[in-house]
Ligand binder design. Sequence first.
Ligand code: DGL
Length: 271
Amino acid sequence: MIKDHKKTQPIGVFDSGIGGLTVANAIFSHLPQEEIIYFGDTFHLPYGEKSADAIRYYSLKIVKFLLEKNCKMIVIACNSASSAAYKVLLDFYEGQALFINVIDPLVEAVANHNEYKKVGIIATKATIRSNIYKHKLLEARPSLKVESLATPLLVPMIEEGFFNDNISDAVIEKYLSNPIFENIDALLLACTHYPLIRKNIEAYFQQKVKIYDSNDVVVHAIREKLQQFDLLNDSTPKPPKFFVSDYTTSFEETTNFFYKESIDLEYCPIW
Ligand code: DGL
């Protein structure tokens, strides 16, 4: 249940840093009437290297901040945080906002394809260690073969602007040529940074493997949930706001890879 929310309230989106801006960008493109308040926990980046307890602790505090900003919905735009903290956030903040994680919509999109016999997953160490994708996919389709691999070099590589070049192609090839991925029908990009290298990955598999990232499926889940609670905004929204818990000019420069519009990051030291 959710009480007394209004359509005009913002959607809070958070990630360990700026990777979740790919999700914010997808919301902005497909649901332009919604106001977005983004929080990037750049002080603790990368979450992929942190323990589940640490990620839970960070997520609880960030959601408190977003609820104080009056958000009607919280989108956990980070797989590492979705895997470690979604349940805790629901327990702790039940009824105070609607919650969307980036994992369930992706699992649903893939599990519906009965023709898939074997799928691969790439993600951060934290997401792979949680085993959550494998668990949920096998729950939905027990006969599916699921192979997962932690690919920790990809996040720093993308943040340093290495994509669509021979360095990124070499790193991607190193990971994806792993024999566990032989004969996969689909690959899940289970990290919100990875949509930026989706084209390289499609090229690596010569379009023979279906590639999934969370962006479109998450926007679909957001729209459905807002409709269900009659909370889709139908008036002109306020401009989006972007907060980070640590600020450097290089973060701001990097945001242009992730978010199509040029944006100002506001330093917000919640720690
Ligand atoms: N974007 C985060 C995710 O989806 C990964 C970045 C990080 O390791 O902090 O898991």
